[in-house]
Ligand binder design. Structure first.
Ligand SMILES: Nc1ncnc2c1ncn2[C@@H]1O[C@H](COP(=O)(O)OP(=O)(O)OP(=O)(O)O)[C@@H](O)[C@H]1O
Length: 368
């Protein structure tokens, strides 16, 4: 008997969807490898759910194709696509016990009785709820109900799992635990998984790769690490983590970005040193520096490539980390974050301080 479902290859080709005049999706293409967990991440209204529903067959695209192992899906109804689904409103049937909830989809598929029972028990076992099979949904916690819904989604051993904000209804601690559990299960079952989320931490925790979307288009696709460390534009740098942004005043003709490029900031004549191989973006450039790469000191650091002086307007302790905001005379705000014990002793809000960072931590990104 089959004990696991190996994931399918999923390709989305130039999918477009328009509602009235508004383009919810604008020629989106991406490939998800077998067994890969891909997060669709973006702000509300960017088209994530529309794309997921098109993959599922709940919405028809205007143009484009969805391919599973090379086979076109667009004309196939949802129930013939071999995809498990788990949505935020996972609504279990209140009048059915746990095992019957899990078996429901299998019964719809008219499988033999013995096989339905076997598969439902195996799915419950995978979410560690075997002991709860006779309980009613109202006798379970929110997290347990969510697990039952997950068991229902994987019970018929689909090749693709589609998750739309599946943990949004859970409180923070439970959500974090479930993120790891859900990822582990997808990996164990080798499921090809598409996760819709607007929560960048959830995307980073769970996904092999993240597709960052904005207004119906794909902005950047890469591993969490790549997207975080090498955001291509201001939107991605601001949406995944936080960034300090500086206007870029280097020469457009400067080919070698490894060289020091003089820049001016609203704060005055600060020299911004930037180290990054590559070319300048066509549509205008900015410099981005992550707060954790900015250090603070009382006096000007001798050997640092970039340093700006200002006044500390806020110091916030956040448990393991602290965040400080420095404001230059010219009005440029610089956010620094560091382990709480890394703040120079004696520095307080209102004090003058220097913010500094290495050239290699200043990224040139597209200003869009
Ligand atoms: N049935 C519909 N009729 C008209 N417009 C729609 C419909 N469904 C979605 N839209 C619009 O399409 C765009 C994309 O919606 P979608 O639900 O895919 O966004 P999302 O990224 O999933 O957002 P959220 O995180 O808020 O769920 C939005 O501008 C939305 O208003």
């Amino acid at each position: 008997m089959k004990t696991r479902s190996a994931g399918a290859h999923l390709a989305i080709e130039a999918v477009t969807k328009t509602y009235g005049k508004a383009k919810a999706l604008d020629a989106v293409s991406l490939v998800i490898e077998p067994g890969e967990l891909l997060a669709l991440l973006g702000p509300s209204g960017c088209g994530k759910t529309t794309l997921l529903k098109i993959i599922a067959g709940l919405i028809d695209p205007d143009e484009g194709e969805v391919l599973v192992d090379g086979l076109g899906m667009v004309r196939l109804p949802t129930h013939r696509r071999d995809m498990g689904m788990l949505f935020q409103n996972y609504a279990l049937f209140p009048h059915l016990d746990v095992i019957s909830n899990v078996a429901f989809g299998l019964e719809m598929r008219r499988l033999p009785r013995a096989e339905i029972e076997e598969r439902a028990r195996r799915a419950l076992d995978r979410v560690q709820l075997s002991a709860y099979s006779g309980r009613m949904p109202r006798e379970l916690s929110g997290g347990q109900q969510q697990r039952v819904a997950l068991a229902r989604a994987i019970a018929y051993e689909p090749k693709i799992l589609l998750l739309d904000e599946p943990l949004a209804a859970l409180d923070k601690n439970l959500r974090e635990g479930m993120q790891m559990e859900l990822r582990a299960l997808c990996k164990q079952l080798e499921l090809t998984t598409v996760l819709v989320t607007h929560d960048q931490e959830e995307a980073m925790t769970m996904a092999d790769r993240i597709a960052v979307m904005r207004a119906g288009r794909l902005e950047q696709l890469g591993s969490a690490r790549a997207v975080y460390e090498r955001p291509e534009n201001r939107f991605v740098a601001g949406f995944i983590g936080t960034s300090n942004f500086f206007p870029f005043a280097g020469e457009r003709s400067t080919g070698a970005l490894g060289a020091t490029i003089p820049g001016r900031t609203p704060g005055g004549d600060a020299l911004l040193a930037i180290a990054r191989d590559g070319t300048l973006p066509e549509g205008g450039a900015m410099v981005a520096v992550r707060p954790e790469h900015v250090a603070l000191s009382v006096s000007r650091p001798a050997a640092e490539a970039n340093a700006m002086v200002g006044r500390l307007t806020q110091i916030l302790f956040r448990g393991a980390h602290m965040t400080a905001v420095l404001r230059t005379d010219g009005g440029q705000e610089i956010v620094a974050s560091a382990p709480a014990d890394a703040l120079p002793p004696g520095l307080a809000e209102g004090d003058a301080a220097w913010a500094h960072w290495k050239a290699e931590h200043a990224l040139i990104i597209e200003d869009k």
